[in-house]
Write a protein that binds this ligand. Sequence first.
Ligand code: NAD
Length: 274
Amino acid sequence: MTVEGKVVVITGGARGIGLATATALHRLGAKVAIGDVDETTVKESGTELGLDVYGKLDVTDPDSFTTFLDEVERQLGPIDVLINNAGIMPTGRVIDEPDRVTRRILDINVYGVVLGSKLAAQRMVRRGSGHVINIASLAGETPTAGLATYCASKFAVVGFTESARMEYRDKGVAFSTVLPTFTNTELTAGTAGAKGLKNAEPEDIANAIVSLIEKPRRRVAVTRVAGLLVASAKFLPIAVSEFLVKKTGMDHVFLEDVDTAQRAAYEARARGEA
Ligand code: NAD
């Protein structure tokens, strides 16, 4: 299958992985629409790319999401692919996390993905075709200190997407999970990532998503090496996998190692304080 001519909606498309994916798909001839809660930046990005549809979309608001999808279908035609990409990653210890931030992570990262999946799949099941791609994370399979609520939200996305996939695989609607390793976007500002493993670039995730649209699969991990490490850790004795966690720094790189000055602007945006 080719992506040319496909109508693709990307949430959180103003920057980072969403924007890199929009850029790759637009170049390949897809009809791309990007929505983002950051209206100013999504308008700049949409104009710069020369997209037909871009604008404000809050994935936690059913009216906003429905209006955006309606507008896309009015201007571009039936939606072939929805990429639920919007997400936030505040860091810190569990006991220091304000309840407002806990709810915000779950609202955007989990409810937003479930809502988007429902709204898109309702339209797709009626037509008997479509593809919902949910951006989880390898943190959706790896416990990580300093990211407890984020990990919980991404574990939820993995479980939700796999379950929805079982419901609709015979109805022509595909569900896929993308599990990126730490990737160089604003979301990882001021963090060192996993020791011994290179962070991915947003374009690496974009390329994986393009190939997923060309050939729908259950899941894809990026990078391949990080995905294999995480997958194999599940079969190791707990003492060995905890040794690996320590070796890669996953027990502390999102706690004391964080460069708080470099991360301040992102944390303020993610926590809704900017
Ligand atoms: P980013 O911060 O660069 O971009 C995320 C975008 O989502 C932002 O433009 C933001 O405004 C938007 N957004 C936030 N709340 C929203 C809402 N309520 N409605 C609509 N848009 C909203 O982050 P990124 O690194 O590009 O992350 C994209 C996705 O990839 C996220 O789901 C993230 O959890 C996931 N991910 C990222 C990494 C990484 O290391 N960067 C790794 C694994 C998974």
